[in-house]
Design a protein around this ligand. Structure first.
Ligand SMILES: [Mn+2]
Length: 197
């Protein structure tokens, strides 16, 4: 008998602000040797300049995905200097150690909805990557099978945290949150990961 291998199932849903051709939000789901790096980015403002900042952040994160979260934010800060800047939330989920590290600069909300019914909200520090960084501190959370991680940009009303049905698969949950809680006055992005065994 072999042990079941833990894995993370994920889903994502995005909508540009109505009338905008492209979103100033972006996200990255990137494999790590023992898990997954999840990033959600909101480029400041809207339209092409916001999109450029967000995509630069995604590219930087992809290139350096295996380094630690503080280093990732510092790399993005360098890469985005001179752009609009962006707010970024990151999580590195390690299935081997059943732990997650997370770190957010700005206001991309992070919620860990645990399978035992408890919830953890990511600590967010004000700042703009590419312009002004706050002191950076990584927080760690233990993971249990069935725990759900949700990142949402500020185009999603914070009421989404009260509406997280545990029975929906991650893609359906991301789409439901976007459909039910999007403000329609900003780009909106939701990324959902579920830790499974
Ligand atoms: Mn926004």
């Amino acid at each position: 008998m072999t042990e079941p291998v833990p894995f993370i199932e994920w889903g994502a849903a995005m909508l540009p602000q109505p009338g905008q051709p492209l979103s100033g939000d972006d996200y990255l789901i990137h494999p790590l040797p023992d898990g997954l790096l999840v990033a959600v980015i909101d480029g400041l403002g809207h339209g092409p300049k916001a999109a450029l900042a967000a995509r630069l952040a995604v590219e930087t994160l992809r290139q350096h995905a295996q380094t630690n979260l503080i280093e990732l934010i510092n790399r993005c800060h360098q890469a985005l200097t001179g752009t609009r800047g962006a707010v970024i939330s990151l999580a590195a989920i390690h299935t081997g150690s059943t732990a997650m590290n997370w770190l957010g600069v700005g206001n991309v909300a992070g919620l860990l909805a645990r399978s035992d019914g408890t919830r953890r909200h990511m600590v967010l520090r004000g700042g703009v990557v590419g312009y002004r960084l706050p002191p950076l501190r990584v927080f760690s959370e233990a993971l249990l099978p069935g725990d759900t991680l949700i990142f949402a940009t500020d185009g999603i009303r914070r009421s989404f945290t009260q509406d997280v049905p545990a029975n929906l698969p991650p893609q359906a949950l991301a789409e439901a949150i976007l459909a039910n809680h999007s403000r329609q006055t900003d780009d909106a992005t939701v990324v959902v990961g579920r830790y499974n065994t």
